[in-house]
Design a protein around this ligand. Sequence first.
Ligand SMILES: Nc1ncnc2c1ncn2[C@@H]1O[C@H](COP(=O)(O)OP(=O)(O)OP(=O)(O)O)[C@@H](O)[C@H]1O
Length: 330
Amino acid sequence: MASQGFGFPRQAAARPHRLAPQRAEEPVEEPETPVTLADDAELDLSADEAATRVEETLAALDAELVGLASVKRRVREIASLLQVDRARSQFGLTSSKPTLHMSFTGGPGTGKTTVAMRMAAILHALGYIRAPRVHVVTRDDLVGQFIGHTAPKTKEAIARAAGGVLFIDEAYYLFRPENERDYGQEVIEILLTEMENERGNLVVIFAGYPDRMATFFSANPGLSSRVPHHIEFEDYDHAELMQIAELMVAEENFRFDEEAREAFADYLTRRMQRPNFSNARSVRNAIERCRLRQARRLVGLDRPLGKQDLIVITAEDVRGSSLFAPAADG
Ligand SMILES: Nc1ncnc2c1ncn2[C@@H]1O[C@H](COP(=O)(O)OP(=O)(O)OP(=O)(O)O)[C@@H](O)[C@H]1O
């Protein structure tokens, strides 16, 4: 038997009554009704247009994000879950929509926000959310300063995220056990209700450092039980950070020369041991400062510049960092 593509087979519904005449050049998409497949039909999961878009996003995730093997595996699993759920509904197999609230735990700059954006693209491609949108908030966007201000603020944030993803960065700041009248508790209660009521219209991602997130969830078991997907982001090692640096430099049409590459590796070794090291974000910031020093060097050159001059970052541009100063402390 010929297998069918994975798009929902549809039949045209009756022409809807129109309230206002449409201009001829604006074709109106007819609403379509899904058709339930026969019990002996077969589906080719990979022949769907949505599956193609998901594969493209997953391939971009692989190519553009260094490392993160277990994160990429979990994103694939969630994509598979939704693909199979779509296939089941085509056969009329009813089940509740999967709950996709998640926690992303990991150190700073490990790619949590970036992966959230890719996740939103996948959830959208598979029809789980209406828009591939991520609304990023922190405690200050949700908690009001006075009585009566918190609920409207939280509800406004939820309304802005509706149909997409609400990404709550450093979510544990919502919970301050030392102050039992803290308005953060009100936010958690509203979230609990909305995560249940708006299931299928809103995905909430709680993000932050692993240890603090663990404390946050164990202190809020109601919330924890509504978050079935926990994805952990590891700190990057030196080799991965070097690859990230090469990727970022190439994306901006720059290039390290051989000595600059060595100097940057040396820089990273030093930077990783210092306070406030933020993984890939620290790499991005370091590259910005290399660009600044390259510009300063080029402007000071007493000769015309060629294309290669503008592309190449040299060891001097890297070693100008204060980390290489004899008594570096900043
Ligand atoms: N694996 C990676 N490969 C390439 N670039 C990456 C990778 N991870 C992160 N980046 C880049 O590093 C920067 C910081 O990443 P991102 O903001 O996603 O981290 P984060 O975990 O959300 O950080 P924070 O928790 O501090 O907000 C971004 O510019 C992102 O593109």
